[in-house]
Design a protein around this ligand. Structure first.
Ligand SMILES: Nc1ncnc2c1ncn2[C@@H]1O[C@H](COP(=O)(O)OP(=O)(O)OP(=O)(O)O)[C@@H](O)[C@H]1O
Length: 589
C-alpha cells in the first residue's frame, strides 16, 4: 500500500493487465477497427477544407461553379459516415466483449484464489469487506475495462490522428496548439496525486460499510431483541460519513482540475485562432480551406480533453479498486501444499498426534503436549470444559492450521508433506455450528458429493436421523432451507450437516458437537446408526454431553489445552477424576 501512496497513475491497474493478454487478438481487432473509425470520423473535416478552398479559389478568380462540382464532397462525406458506422460498431463490440471476458476471468480467478486462503484469513477479516472487493471492486474494474480503457484507446487514436493531420498540414499551427500541453500534463499529475488517496479512503469505507451491513443483516433479530437499532445506525452513519467526506474531497479536487483544463484548452485556441488567422491572412500560413480544416479538427480536441479529465478520474477510482484486488491476490495461504507434497495413498489406517502444541496467531497457547493415536475402526472421544481446546484440535486435524510444535502423522507420513486435497478429501467434518447454504436440503447434503444418487442421499439422511423430518417438510428433499438454513431448527440443521458428512463416506469422521442440539432420544438413535459406520473409518467425537462419547473406545479429557485423563468410560469413572466428576453431574448420580 505504502509505495502506492504517491503513485499518480495506475501501478496496481498495470498489474492486472495480465488478464487482458489472453484476449490480445480480440483487443487488437478492436483497436484496428477503432483506428479505422477515427479515420472516417475525421475525414469530413478535410473534405470541408477542400470545399472551402474550391469556393474561395472560384470567388478569387471569378469562376462559376455548378452543384455538380460539390457532389463529390457530399458523396464522400456520406461514404465516411457509412465507414464510421461499420468500424465503430465492430470496434465497440470487440472491445466490449473483450472487457466482459477479462472481468469474468478476473472474478473467477479472484474467487478461486480466495477459496485457497487460510481459514485464519476469514476469521480475522470481515466477510462484508471481502465481499466488497469480490463484488464492488471487480465491478469497478469491469467499468475500467469496458468503458475507461476503450475511451483511453479512442482518445489516444483521436489525439494522435488529429495531431498527425495537423502537423502534416502546418506544423507551425500544430505547435501553437501544443504549446499549453505541458501545463495540461502537470495539471493531470497534480490532480491524480491529490485525488488518489481520497478514492482509496472511499473504497476502504465501502468495505467497512459492507462489513457492518453484512454483520447486522445477519444479526437483525438480535439487534431488534436488544433495541440496539440507534447504536447500530450510528456505526453505519460514521462509516458512511467517512465515505461521503472522501468522495466530497475527491469532488473538490475534480472541481479544481476542470478549470485548469478549460484554461489549457482556451489558451491553445486563443493562440490558434489569433495567430493562425493572422498567418492565413498574411499569406505565411495555410490556405483558408486548410485553416478551416485546422480549426474544425482543433475543435474536436476539446471534447477529448474533457473526456481525458473524466478518464483520469475513472482511472484513479479503478486504481483504488485494483489495489484492494491485488492485496487479496498477494495474500498467500500459509497452509498449502509444499513443493514436494504428494497425495496420501492407501487406506487411512492411523492418525497420530505427537507432542503437538498450538497457538492462534498472536495468542497464547491453546494446546500443549498433545499425544493421540486414532486407528481405523476405533472411535476417540474428546471431552473437556468450554474453551479447553477441543475444537482447535479438530481444526489441526483438518489442517486449517499447522501445529507450532510437534507433528500430526497420517499412515506414518507427516500431514504437511501430504497434499491438502488428498487429505481433506478423506475427511467428513461436522462443525460445531452447522452451516447450511442457501439451496435445497438435497443440495446441502450433496455439498461434498455432488454426484451422489438420490437413494444415497436418503440413506445418509436416515443415518443422521434426519430422514423423517425431511420427509415431513413441504417439498421434502427439495425444500429450500433459507439463508444459512434459517428456516430449519438448530437440531435439524445439525442433522443435515451430519448427513452431508456421512454421504461422503469418509475415512476420517470428525464430529465436533455434532448432535449437541438434538434431544437425547434422537441422539441415541443417531449413535446407534453411527456404530454401524465405525468399522471402516477413524472417528473423532468431540462433546460436552458425556452420553455422546460414553461408548467410545478411548476418551481423552482436555483441560486448558492439556490432556489430563484418558481411558474408557468405565476406567475414567473408576478413576474418580475430572471425568468422573462431570459424569456425576450429568448423570445425576
Ligand atoms: N480463531 C481463533 N482465533 C483466536 N483464538 C481462538 C480462535 N478460536 C478459538 N480461540 C480460542 O482458543 C481457545 C480454545 O478454543 P476451542 O474452540 O478449541 O475450545 P473448545 O474446547 O472447543 O470450547 P467449546 O467447548 O466451548 O466449544 C479459546 O480460548 C478460544 O477463545
Amino acid at each position: 500500500m505504502k509505495d502506492n501512496d504517491n503513485s499518480a497513475l495506475g501501478r496496481s491497474l498495470w498489474r492486472l493487465v495480465r488478464f487482458a493478454r489472453p484476449h490480445a487478438r480480440r483487443i487488437g481487432i478492436g483497436l484496428a477497427a477503432n483506428a479505422g473509425a477515427r479515420f472516417f470520423d475525421l475525414l469530413p473535416m478535410i473534405v470541408v477544407g477542400r470545399v472551402v478552398d474550391t469556393v474561395a479559389g472560384a470567388l478569387r478568380e471569378g469562376q462559376g461553379l455548378a452543384g455538380a462540382d460539390f457532389a463529390w464532397a457530399g458523396l464522400l462525406v456520406l461514404g465516411t459516415f457509412a465507414g464510421l458506422a461499420v468500424f465503430q460498431s465492430v470496434s465497440d463490440y470487440t472491445l466490449d466483449s473483450a472487457a466482459q471476458r477479462i472481468r469474468h476471468d478476473l472474478r473467477v480467478d479472484l474467487y478461486t484464489h480466495v477459496q485457497k486462503l487460510d481459514v485464519s484469513y476469514f476469521e480475522s477479516r470481515q466477510t462484508g469487506d471481502i465481499m466488497a472487493v469480490l463484488a464492488g471492486d471487480v465491478d469497478n474494474l469491469e467499468r475500467f475495462f469496458s468503458d475507461t480503457s476503450t475511451s483511453i484507446v479512442r482518445l489516444f487514436i483521436t489525439f494522435t490522428g488529429i495531431y498527425g493531420i495537423l502537423f502534416w498540414m502546418d506544423y507551425h499551427l500544430a505547435l501553437l496548439l501544443l504549446a499549453p500541453m505541458p501545463i495540461a500534463i502537470w495539471a493531470v499529475r497534480f490532480f491524480a496525486t491529490r485525488v488518489a488517496p481520497q478514492y482509496r479512503k472511499a473504497r476502504k469505507a465501502v468495505g467497512d460499510i459492507n462489513a457492518i451491513l453484512e454483520n447486522n443483516l445477519q444479526g437483525m433479530n438480535v439487534i431488534q431483541a436488544y433495541s440496539a437499532q440507534d447504536h447500530q445506525t450510528g456505526r453505519i452513519r460514521l462509516r458512511s460519513e467517512e465515505y461521503r467526506d472522501a468522495a466530497i474531497r475527491a469532488s473538490r479536487e475534480r472541481a479544481r482540475f476542470v478549470p485548469l483544463l478549460y484554461g489549457v484548452a482556451g489558451l491553445g485556441y486563443a493562440l490558434l485562432i489569433g495567430g493562425g488567422g493572422w498567418m492565413t491572412f498574411a499569406g505565411i500560413g495555410p490556405s483558408v480551406g486548410d485553416f478551416t480544416t485546422f480549426v474544425l479538427l482543433a475543435m474536436r480536441l476539446i471534447l477529448p480533453l474533457f473526456v481525458f479529465g473524466m478518464l483520469i478520474n475513472q482511472i484513479q477510482q479503478s486504481e483504488a479498486s485494483a489495489l484492494r484486488i491485488n492485496e487479496i491476490f498477494d495474500t498467500t495461504p500459509t497452509v498449502r501444499d509444499q513443493a514436494k507434497a504428494f497425495p496420501l495413498d492407501g487406506e487411512l489406517q492411523r492418525v497420530e498426534v505427537r507432542d503437538v502444541c498450538f497457538a492462534y496467531p498472536e495468542r497464547e497457547k491453546v494446546l500443549c503436549g498433545i499425544n493421540l493415536c486414532l486407528e481405523r475402526g476405533r472411535v476417540l472421544g474428546v471431552v473437556g470444559p468450554t474453551g479447553a481446546g477441543k475444537s482447535s484440535l479438530a481444526k489441526l486435524m483438518l489442517r486449517y492450521y499447522d501445529p507450532m510444535d510437534g507433528e500430526i502423522l497420517a499412515n506414518g507420513r507427516e500431514l504437511s508433506s501430504v497434499t491438502l486435497d488428498s487429505w481433506r478429501g478423506r475427511i467428513g467434518y461436522v462443525s460445531q455450528e452447522a452451516y447450511l447454504f442457501h439451496g435445497t436440503v438435497s443440495e446441502n447434503i450433496r455439498l461434498g458429493s455432488p454426484l451422489a444418487s438420490e437413494d444415497d442421499v436418503m440413506r445418509a439422511a436416515d443415518m443422521a436421523g434426519a430422514g423423517d423430518f425431511i420427509a415431513a417438510l413441504p417439498q421434502g428433499y427439495e425444500t429450500m432451507v433459507g439463508d444459512r438454513g434459517m428456516k430449519l431448527s438448530g437440531g435439524q440443521r445439525q442433522r443435515i450437516s451430519l448427513a452431508r458428512a456421512i454421504l461422503r463416506d469418509p475415512e476420517f469422521l470428525i464430529l465436533d458437537e455434532a448432535t449437541s442440539s438434538v434431544d437425547t432420544r434422537t441422539e441415541e438413535v443417531i449413535q446407534n446408526n453411527l456404530k454401524n459406520l465405525r468399522a471402516e473409518r477413524i472417528t473423532l467425537a468431540i462433546a460436552h454431553r458425556l452420553s455422546t462419547v460414553r461408548h467410545c473406545d478411548e476418551i481423552v479429557v482436555v483441560v486448558d489445552g492439556v490432556i489430563v485423563e484418558r481411558g474408557t468410560h468405565d476406567e475414567l469413572v473408576a478413576a474418580s477424576g475430572v471425568y468422573a466428576g462431570l459424569w456425576q453431574v450429568q448423570s445425576g448420580e
